[in-house]
Design a binder for this molecule. Sequence first.
Ligand code: F3S
Length: 403
Amino acid sequence: MELTAYEKQMLEGAHGPAPRFAMEVLVKLGQIYGADRMVEVASAQIMAHYGSLHDAGLELAEKFVALGGRFVIPTTEDPLSVCERHWRDIGIAEEYAAKQERLRRAVLTLGAQPAWTCTPYFAGNLPRFGQNVSWAESSAVSFANSVLGARTNRTPAGLNYCAALTGRMPRMGLYRPENRRGQVLVRVDAGEMSSLDYNTLGLIIGKSVGNRVPVVEGLPDSAGVDDLKYLGAAAASSGVVALYHAPGLTPEAMAGDPFGGQEPLERLRVGRDELTAMRREMNTATGEAELGVVGCPHYSVPEMQQLAGLLKGQRLKPSRELWVYTSPTVYELAQGMGCVDDITASGARIMDGNCLIISPLGKTPYRTIITDSAKAAYYLPSEHEVQMIYAETAELVSALVGG
Ligand code: F3S
């Protein structure tokens, strides 16, 4: 690999042992994948949840601290595996919470911003079109590549720490323009679409295209940022879609032919019937909803406002719970707008900075969960022994309030 003078200095240890270790890893990775050189990355989104990194990840983060490492680019991180506000009341084990706390402290010592979210673009980590970044977490990666037009691979946990310590990644995968061309044409013919429709469409696309790049035509002009967030999150869950293009909506598709002058390898059509069938497939529960979970990916300010409007003046039924996942940044904004009070007055809990999939369910007895998120409906049954009801947000609220 061709390295710049600065990259060679890092590799030789001139900038300290942590960047040296990180560069050694990145150079080896680049050699394995045939990268010709490094790219400069403008920001990192790293993983810091103990539920995925376990002891090995904790030890790596603490090793970088012991080596005196400092992140050299703006770095945010995924949600924590415990909610600092509620972990005791839902029965998370002390030992588990203590290890998550060590990991939290380690990444802050390395210089990360305390964002604790899978929507870092709502919390100050906002790359521009065409900028290289090194992000982890599949929904955030999809959003960065597709909606923002930035460039990143689905960077594994340890490599992201190396990127944050050096500001470099090997030029491979989606950093290369030729790997960003559309491969599968998805024609959507479903009329106006609800938030749940975008979630469901993402599931269908992910299952159909695997790790190829879809070009999604026919989405309504009304598609909003949260709709595109859900589409990408779902496609990255049921498939390995790290990038999609949507002509008229996403920037790379507006800058030129998303197929780069080539014919699609495959064509699909998704209509109302396919959306209805997939929605039915995701509903696995036979009983009534006991626990509602929303905010996967983390709820935005408009979603907190919408939920507050639905819950205002309502109370959850006895022995029903609603857990709302969002970032600490959005929590602060929603609190300033009065939304937090309207939500929590109903009996719902707001789990800011936390994730429902990578957290233990604690000692909660709930086994029938209702959600408005395809990603949550897809993953929760494999992570916990639960049955799912997959529904629009308003239907979810109706199922939980009253009595
Ligand atoms: Fe975010 Fe956790 Fe869902 S990281 S996308 S809330 S699985």
